[in-house]
Design a protein around this ligand. Structure first.
Ligand code: ES4
Ligand code: ZN
Length: 328
C-alpha cells in the first residue's frame, strides 16, 4: 500500500506520450458530434471493446481512424488539456509530448489549426496546473523522407519553449529502418532541435543502432529489443542514452508476448537510464501511475527502484542542462 502511495505521489516527467493517443472515447464521440462527423464507434463501450490489438499495426489503424474527429483548433486544445489534467493528477510535472502533423495535414488541416490549440494548452498547463510542457514533432516512418522534410519546414514558425523542441520518428517500424531520415534529422540538428526516435519497439536491435549512429538521437523511444544485443546494451549504458519504456503499451501490443515481465525486469536491472511512460493512454488503459504500477508489480520493484525510475525521467528530459529544449 505504501508503494502504491509512493507511485502516486512521486513527481514525474513524462517523455513518451502521443497527444493523439490521449483521445479518450468520450471526447472522441463528443468531437465527432461537435464537428458533424459520423462517430467512429456507436458508443464509448463499443470503442473500448474494439481496443484489442494483435500488434503495432492493428493499433495504428484504429489510432489514425480516431484522429479523424480532430478538425478545429479547439479540438486540439481540448485534447491536450485533457491529457495535461490527467497527467497532473498523476503528479507529472513536466511532459514532452509527441504529435503527428502528417496525420492532421493528411486530414486537410493546416498548422494554423492544430498548433495554436496545442500551444495554448501547454501555456494553460503551466499556468493552471504547474506542469511544464513542450512538443516533439514525429515523422511517420512509413511516409517519405521528403514528406518528413516538408513537415519540418511547417514547424519552423513554432520552434521554441512551450512549442516544438524536437523531432522524433513514430508509426510502422518493421520495414522502415531509421536511416531513411538521416538528412531531415541533420537539418533538425542544425536548427538546434532535440532528436529522438521510436526504435526497437517491434523492430530489431539493428534499428536502434541506426537511430544512434545515423540519427544521433539523445533518447530511444521503447528500445526494448536492445536487450537482444549485448554490445548495444553496453553502448546505451556507456553513453547514458535513456530508453522511454511504455509497459502497458508493450503489454497491449503483445511485444515480447509471454515474456514481457521477465524482459521488463531485465531492463530495469540493466543499469540503463530507463524511464516509464504511457505512450497512448486512452488505448492502452492507463496513464503514468498505472504504468509505474504495472511495471513495479511485473518487475517486483520497491520504493527505491521506483524513485530511481522517477529520477531517471528528469535526467532523461530536455528540461535541464545545456542544449536543452529551453534554448531552442
Ligand atoms: C505509437 Cl505505440 C506507438 N508506436 C509507434 N508509433 C506510434 N504512434 C502512436 N503510438
Ligand atoms: Zn510511442
Amino acid at each position: 500500500a505504501s508503494l502504491k502511495r509512493f507511485i502516486e505521489m512521486v513527481p514525474k516527467a513524462e517523455l513518451h506520450v502521443h497527444v493523439e493517443g490521449a483521445l479518450e472515447p468520450e471526447l472522441m464521440l463528443a468531437l465527432a458530434a461537435r464537428n458533424g462527423l459520423p462517430p467512429p464507434y456507436p458508443s464509448v463501450e463499443a470503442a473500448r471493446a474494439a481496443y484489442h490489438f494483435a500488434d503495432l499495426q492493428s493499433f495504428l489503424d484504429l489510432y489514425y481512424a480516431g484522429c479523424g474527429v480532430l478538425r478545429a483548433e479547439k479540438d486540439f486544445y481540448d485534447l491536450a488539456m485533457a491529457y495535461f489534467r490527467r497527467a497532473a493528477a498523476d503528479r507529472v510535472v513536466h511532459a514532452e509530448v509527441f504529435f503527428d502533423p502528417q496525420t492532421h495535414l493528411g486530414n486537410g488541416l493546416g498548422w494554423e489549426v492544430f498548433m495554436p490549440g496545442l500551444a495554448r494548452a501547454a501555456e494553460d498547463a503551466a499556468a493552471q496546473l504547474g506542469l511544464s510542457a513542450a512538443y516533439i514533432v514525429c515523422f511517420r516512418k512509413e511516409m517519405s523522407a521528403a514528406s518528413a522534410n516538408d513537415t519540418l519546414s511547417g514547424a519552423l514558425p513554432w520552434l521554441g519553449r512551450g512549442h516544438v523542441i524536437g523531432v522524433g520518428l513514430d508509426s510502422s517500424e518493421l520495414g522502415n529502418p531509421p536511416a531513411k531520415f538521416a538528412d531531415v534529422f541533420d537539418r533538425a540538428a542544425r536548427l538546434g532541435l532535440q532528436r529522438v526516435a521510436h526504435a526497437g519497439e517491434e523492430g530489431p536491435p539493428e534499428y536502434v543502432w541506426e537511430a544512434l549512429r545515423v540519427l544521433h538521437v539523445r533518447r530511444v523511444d521503447h528500445g526494448v529489443h536492445s536487450l537482444e544485443d549485448g554490445a548495444l546494451m553496453a553502448a546505451l549504458n556507456a553513453s547514458r542514452t535513456p530508453l522511454t519504456v511504455c509497459p502497458l503499451s508493450n503489454l497491449k501490443l503483445k511485444v515480447y508476448e509471454g515474456q514481457l515481465e521477465a524482459r521488463l525486469t531485465q531492463l530495469v536491472g540493466s543499469g540503463l537510464v530507463v524511464t516509464v511512460n504511457s505512450d497512448d493512454a486512452a488505448y492502452f488503459g492507463g496513464y503514468a501511475v498505472a504504468n509505474y504500477g504495472y511495471l513495479a508489480a511485473a518487475a517486483g520493484l520497491g520504493v527505491a527502484q521506483v524513485a530511481r525510475l522517477a529520477a531517471n525521467s528528469f535526467e532523461a528530459s530536455f528540461f535541464l542542462g545545456p542544449g536543452s529544449g529551453g534554448e531552442a
